[in-house]
Write a protein that binds this ligand. Structure first.
Ligand code: F42
Length: 326
C-alpha cells in the first residue's frame, strides 16, 4: 500500500509546505495538491513543496485540460519534475464544471478532451514533436525545449467510461470514494480498460481519494468530516446514493442547508451515520484501519487522506504515521 495526502491550497502555501514536510517525516509517499482557479496556484504550491521536502512525490490532484493547454501543462509539470529531482506526478481530470461555468468555459466532451490531452502530454514528456489532429486537442508540431523527464500520469475519474479510459491509458486513478462498494465497481471498469489496451491491470495504481478524518476521539473525527460529507452527498449522482441505500431526495435538503450556510442542521442529524459510512474514512485509528483493510482487499493500492484529514491536521498526520503507516 502507498499512502498519500491531499491539500487544498485555500490555505497559504507555506502552511501546506509545513504539513507536507511533516507528512514526509511520517512516511507518506505522495502529496496531492488540488487545482481550482480560485485557490493558490497548484504549480507554485508544488514548487515550494519541492524546495521544502526531499523524498515525498508531488502530484497535481488534479489539474484539467480546459484551463491549461496540454503543452503548458507538460512544461509546468516538467519544471516541477526538474526542480524536485524527478518527484513529480501529473494528476489530470476533466475538471470541475461549476468552476468552469463561473469562468465562462464550456465543458465540451470531457472524456475525449482528457484522452487526447494525455496523448499529447505523453508525447511532450517523451521529448517528441507533437502533431495531433484530435476532435478536441490539436497541435501543429509543438515540442518542449527542455528535458522534462518521465512523469507518471494519473487520472481523476468516477464515471464508468472515464474509469475504463484510465485503465487503458493511465499509470493510476484517483477516485473520489471511500467505500468498498464503490471500488468493486471501479476496479472492474479499470481492469476492463486495461485488458482492452493489452495491459496488466496491476500496472494501474488504484487510489481511494477519500474524505478522511482521524482522531483518538471518534466523535471529534466525525464532526470534523460531516460538512465535507454533506458536500459529497449534495454532488453525488443518484445512482451512487442508491448504491449505498441513501434516498436521493436527501440531496435537495442537504444542498439547501449548504446554500443557506445552515451548518447546525447539517451537523444536527441531516448528515446521517449511513452517509458518513458511505462517503468517508472516519473515526479512531482502529476504525480507519478496518476500512483501509477492506479497501485493500478489494483492489485499492493507494489511500489518499483527503479533507479534512482530522479535527487537528498536525495531530492527524502524526496519528496516521504512527498508527497506520508505521
Ligand atoms: N476537479 C478539479 O477541477 N480540481 C480538482 O482539484 C479535482 C480533484 C479531483 C480529485 C480526484 C477526483 O477523482 C476528481 C477530482 N476532480 C477535480 C474532478 C475531476 O476533474 C473530474 O471532473 C471528475 O473526476 C470526472 O468525473 P467523471 O469520471 O464522472 O467524468 C465525467 C466527465 C463523465 O460524465 N463521465 C462519463 C463516464 O461514464 O465516465 C463519460 C462521459 C462521456 O463519455 N462524454 C463524452 C466525451 O467525449 O466526453 C461525450 C458524450 C457526448 O455525446 O456529449
Amino acid at each position: 500500500m502507498t499512502f498519500g495526502i491531499e491539500f487544498v491550497p485555500s490555505d497559504p502555501v507555506l502552511k501546506i509546505a509545513h504539513y507536507a514536510k511533516l507528512a514526509e517525516q511520517q512516511g507518506f509517499d505522495n502529496v496531492w495538491i488540488t487545482d481550482h482557479y480560485n485557490n493558490r496556484d497548484v504549480y507554485s504550491t508544488l514548487t515550494v513543496l519541492a524546495m521544502n521536502t526531499n523524498s515525498i512525490k508531488l502530484g497535481t490532484g488534479v489539474t484539467n485540460p480546459y484551463t491549461r493547454n496540454a503543452a503548458v501543462t507538460a512544461s509546468s509539470i516538467g519544471s516541477v519534475n526538474e526542480i524536485s529531482g524527478g518527484r513529480a506526478i501529473l494528476g489530470l481530470g476533466p475538471g470541475d464544471k461549476a468552476t468552469f461555468d463561473a469562468m465562462g468555459i464550456s465543458w465540451d466532451k470531457p472524456l475525449t478532451t482528457t484522452k487526447e490531452s494525455i496523448q499529447a502530454i505523453r508525447g511532450f514528456l517523451a521529448g517528441e514533436k507533437v502533431t495531433q489532429d484530435g476532435d478536441m486537442v490539436k497541435f501543429g508540431g509543438a515540442k518542449m525545449a527542455f528535458k522534462t523527464g518521465d512523469v507518471p500520469i494519473y487520472m481523476g475519474a468516477q464515471g464508468p467510461k472515464m474509469l475504463e479510459l484510465a485503465g487503458e491509458v493511465s499509470d493510476g486513478v484517483l477516485i473520489n470514494a471511500s467505500h468498498p462498494k464503490d471500488f468493486e465497481v471501479a476496479v472492474d471498469k479499470i481492469a476492463a480498460g486495461a485488458k482492452k489496451a493489452g495491459r496488466d491491470p496491476k500496472e494501474v495504481d488504484v487510489a481511494a481519494y477519500a474524505c478522511f478524518s482521524i482522531d483518538k476521539d471518534a466523535a471529534k473525527a466525525k464532526s470534523a468530516a460531516q460538512v465535507v460529507v454533506a458536500f459529497i452527498v449534495a454532488g453525488s449522482p443518484d445512482m451512487v446514493l442508491e448504491r449505498h441505500g441513501i434516498d436521493p431526495s436527501a440531496k435537495a435538503d442537504i444542498g439547501g442547508a449548504i446554500a443557506k450556510g445552515d451548518f447546525g442542521a447539517l451537523m444536527g442529524g441531516m448528515v446521517t451515520n449511513d452517509m458518513m459510512d458511505a462517503f468517508s474514512i472516519c473515526g479512531t485509528p482502529d476504525d480507519c484501519k478496518a476500512r483501509i483493510n477492506d479497501l485493500l482487499d478489494i483492489g485499492v493500492t493507494q489511500i489518499v487522506a483527503g479533507s479534512p484529514i482530522g479535527p487537528n491536521k498536525e495531530k492527524a498526520i502524526k496519528l496516521i504515521g504512527k498508527e497506520i503507516i508505521g
